[in-house]
Design a protein around this ligand. Structure first.
Ligand code: UD1
Length: 357
């Protein structure tokens, strides 16, 4: 059986790593890796291949950045001949980025079955590009591998037959558990002059939060007020770098800006943080496993289990509410939380067991 796996953007890398390692340990499977090149900077891509020991891609489509239509179409145009040449039995896609949808759609139109890892998550907010990517990818996939029970409920509601849905756990957590010891060795705290528990971590990159200065400036002002109480380390996504410049916030007391960090440094930083403030999807899950309080700066989450069982709290986008929630979190001891079922390091094995059937 030949499985062609796809990655494109930063959050894909930690998801594909354990799947590739698992597939390559099985003699009955042949696996190929295609990188679409949606993310291409050294710090957004190559560093993750090195740190997570992801094999060099067999094919690099080098699509780069563009509008949604251009990026999606360009991936499809360049991916189709790869499929025609290699003729895999299955195309394996992860997550919810433009590359995920583009490759799933290209495959299914050639009659190649698609496996989607991290299926079924729904924010119910169709203004998010990721929500559209998730809905459409799930609608055309043969295998839907789900991280949390809400995903199963969502897929059934959308009429996906039960026999396509597999609750298998979380491959991103496979990577987290596998890398924890190595992450502990990172010297990032010393490099930034921080002590464990004495700082917070901030990440922001959603277009809805950072692209419009009228939205971003008051949001950032609230974060700057929090930073007067607790220094905030802010690794800046390329998209956000431009927005910070636009609102003149490149130097803010208490806010420590860094370039995008590698996986091991970021995990060390997160594991030792007093608090994380983020609009990312994956970080909500990582903080839940690490037991670190997470305030999600969004109105909704497609990962409700991180609020129900984990350390996540949805605080929305009102600057005053964010400030109040952050200061309240600093006042109280860490609450009880638990790691969701099947987030145990064995998700990739369960997925490959199903595919190798
Ligand atoms: C993409 C995903 C998002 C994910 C995020 C993680 C989609 C629709 N969005 O958003 O779900 O949470 O990745 O990072 O797929 N850029 C660089 N270097 C790079 C990559 C991008 O400078 O290596 C800059 C470019 O100016 C580009 C912008 O960042 O235009 C946005 O990149 P893009 O891939 O379009 O979307 P992200 O915001 O990264």
């Amino acid at each position: 059986m030949k499985i062609l796996a796809v990655v494109g953007a930063r959050p894909n890398f930690m998801k594909i790593a354990p799947l590739l390692h698992e597939m390559r340990s099985r003699p009955s499977l042949t696996s190929l890796l295609v990188h679409t090149g949606q993310h291409y900077d050294e710090k957004m891509s190559k560093l993750f291949f090195e740190q997570l020991h992801i094999p060099r891609p067999d094919v690099d489509l080098e699509v780069g950045s563009g509008s949604h239509a251009v990026q999606t179409a360009e991936v499809m145009r360049r991916f189709e001949p790869v499929l025609l040449e290699h003729r895999p039995d299955v195309v394996l896609v992860v997550g919810d980025v433009n590359s995920t949808l583009a490759c799933a759609l290209t495959a299914v139109k050639l009659g190649i079955e698609v496996a989607h890892v991290e299926a079924g998550l729904r924010s119910f907010d169709r203004t998010m590009p990721e929500e559209i990517n998730r809905l459409l990818t799930d609608a055309i996939s043969r295998w839907l591998f789900v991280t949390e029970p809400s995903g199963v409920t969502n897929l059934k509601r959308e009429g996906i037959p039960d026999e396509r849905i597999y609750l298998v756990g979380n491959v991103m957590i496979d990577t987290l558990l596998r890398c924890r010891d190595r992450a502990e060795e990172s010297g990032i705290l010393e490099q930034l002059g921080l002590r464990s528990g004495g700082y917070g971590v901030l990440t922001l990159h959603r277009p809805a939060n950072v692209d419009d200065p009228a939205q971003f400036a008051p949001l950032f002002a609230a974060l700057a007020r929090i930073a007067r109480r607790l220094p905030l380390v802010f690794p800046v996504h390329p998209r956000t770098r431009k927005s910070l410049a636009a609102i003149g916030a490149e130097t803010t007391p208490g806010v420590i800006l860094t370039e995008p960090l590698g996986y091991l440094d970021f995990m060390k930083l997160t594991a030792h943080a007093r608090l994380v403030l983020t609009d990312s999807g994956g970080i909500q899950e990582e903080t839940t496993v690490l037991g670190v309080p997470c305030l999600t700066l969004r109105a909704n989450t497609e990962r409700p289990i991180t609020c129900d069982e984990g350390t996540n709290q949805l605080v929305g986008l009102d600057p005053a509410a964010i400030e109040t929630a952050a200061l309240a979190t600093l006042e109280r001891p860490r609450g009880a939380s638990r790691v969701p079922a099947l987030w145990d390091g064995g998700a990739a094995k369960r997925i490959v067991d199903v595919l190798a059937g």
